[in-house]
Design a protein around this ligand. Structure first.
Ligand SMILES: CC(=O)N[C@H]1[C@@H](OP(=O)(O)OP(=O)(O)OC[C@H]2O[C@@H](n3ccc(=O)[nH]c3=O)[C@H](O)[C@@H]2O)O[C@H](CO)[C@@H](O)[C@@H]1O
Ligand SMILES: C=C(OP(=O)(O)O)C(=O)O
Length: 416
């Protein structure tokens, strides 16, 4: 099993090119199920989750051509199976995203129930409720969601805001008969990117980016070309890394307009930030100041940046309170950071973090994707050597993280 070995303390300066967003690429790859024509995608990140999605779609009969870098052509003109098996779903919860498009186009779909993961129980009841409201018959049998039926447009208000739930229903509604109105919809940039791709494929969608999305169903969709939006979480992670190390970075191929809450908090922590249409630069000249964070749905502060800011506060001046409102169990990085000398007290949904002058290198274990990212940044600024174990979590969501960080001066290598 691969690990990362990091020797902390190097000065950080230079440029990093940001990849396409995992959380946009995964639904958009699944959107290829909605048409028999070819969907051409660029800026697809090279990630384990993308490879898992490719395997899942190929298992269903999807023809996939790829340069194995960032470009994909997907053609669903000969789908032979409408089943997403447990073996793949268990490695990637986002596999549930094949449910909506498969059911909408083929009138049937079976997807293994994803179950919980390290950050929470993560039910999919809203995906199911929404599809039932559109007329689907759904049963849960032998660990699978089995859905059948011809979908009809409806008005559906989800009980809570769900990102992949909105995406599943949005894809399903494009081929339903009549008009669907999704209320209390997620406004995340990745939902908007999916909607923009679907519109290029011939879907009739309005209101994406607001909490009410209207979809007028069409008989069929067609092929299109689409470039995946920049990864705002990868961007935010490298900005925190530079801020924690009191360094200076220029991040290219990214977008500041979808990172508002994160950039505001970095500025509050003392970073000097400049932005252009496709770049963000950060210069941190002193020890960061502790900040209070409350995670919430977009456009508020993202839960996927919570672990990184917990780490930032752990070496900051003062005490900051981190409150997690999206997932019930997203503080798994805290005991690992504590092993490196961080002073963090978890109290219910909050972590009270009192900054220390220095962390010290240690062998730590990654438990989920963003927890792993916080441990890598901790290793970059700690005294001595840090080994981050179980980095398959990181490989799910960060493209070549060690190469990108080495490029700005981090002493980091992948070891087996
Ligand atoms: C592949 C992808 O895009 N993953 C992102 C997506 O996950 P994902 O789409 O799984 O997260 P959701 O937005 O659905 O979850 C938000 C909250 O709603 C709850 N819930 C959700 C659906 C449902 O049917 N019932 C229910 O109770 C969840 O348990 C959670 O507490 O959004 C999360 C919240 O921004 C991010 O952290 C993930 O990185
Ligand atoms: C929680 C995340 O992803 P997933 O929903 O794929 O588990 C994440 O990207 O931080």
């Amino acid at each position: 099993m691969d690990k990362l070995k990091i020797i902390g303390g190097n000065p950080i300066a230079g440029e990093i090119t940001i990849s396409g967003a995992k959380n946009a690429a995964l639904p958009i790859l699944c959107a290829s199920l909605l048409t028999a024509e070819t969907l051409h995608l660029t800026n697809v990140p090279q990630l384990a989750d993308v490879k898992t999605t490719q395997k899942l779609l190929q298992g269903m009969g999807m023809r996939v051509m790829t340069d194995n870098v960032h470009e994909y052509e997907l053609t669903a003109n000969n789908i032979t199976s409408t089943i997403a098996p447990y073996e793949l779903v268990k490695t990637m919860r986002a596999s549930i995203l094949v449910l909506g498009p498969t059911l909408a186009r083929f009138g049937e779909a079976q997807v293994s129930l994803p179950g919980g993961c390290a950050i929470g129980a993560r039910p999919i009841d809203q995906h199911i409720k929404g599809l039932q409201a559109m007329g689907a018959e759904i049963v849960i049998e032998h660990g699978y969601v089995k859905a059948t039926g011809k979908l009809k447009g409806c008005r559906f208000r989800s009980d809570m805001i769900t990102v992949t739930g909105t995406e599943n229903l949005l894809m399903a509604a494009t081929l339903a008969e009549g008009t669907t109105i999704l209320e209390n919809a997620a406004r995340e940039p990745e939902v908007v990117d999916l909607a923009e791709c679907l519109i290029k494929m011939g879907a009739k969608i309005s209101g994406h980016g607001t909490d009410t999305i209207t979809i007028e169903g069409v008989k069929e969709l067609h092929g299109a070309s689409h470039a995946i939006v920049a990864d705002r979480i990868e961007t935010g992670t490298f900005l925190v890394a530079a801020a924690a190390a009191q360094g200076k970075v220029l991040l290219k191929n990214t977008r500041a307009d979808i990172l508002g809450a994160v950039l505001d908090k970095l500025t509050e922590a003392g970073a000097y930030i400049e932005t252009g249409d496709t770049w963000i630069s950060l210069d941190m000249k002193q020890r960061p100041k502790a900040v209070d964070i409350r995670t919430l749905e977009y456009p508020a502060f993202p839960t996927d940046m919570q672990a990184q800011f917990t780490l930032l506060n752990s070496i900051a001046e003062g005490t900051g309170v981190i409150t997690e409102t999206i997932f019930e169990n997203r503080f798994m990085h805290v005991p690992e950071l504590a092993r490196m000398g961080a002073k963090i007290k978890v109290d219910g949904h909050s972590a009270i973090v009192t900054g220390v002058e220095k962390l010290s290198g240690a062998t730590v274990m990654a438990t989920d994707l963003r927890a792993s990212a916080s441990l890598v940044i901790a290793g970059m600024i700690a005294e001595g050597e840090t080994i981050v174990d179980r980095i398959y979590h990181l490989d799910r969501g960060y493209e070549h993280i060690e190469t990108k960080l080495a490029g700005v001066g981090v002493n980091i290598e992948r070891i087996s």
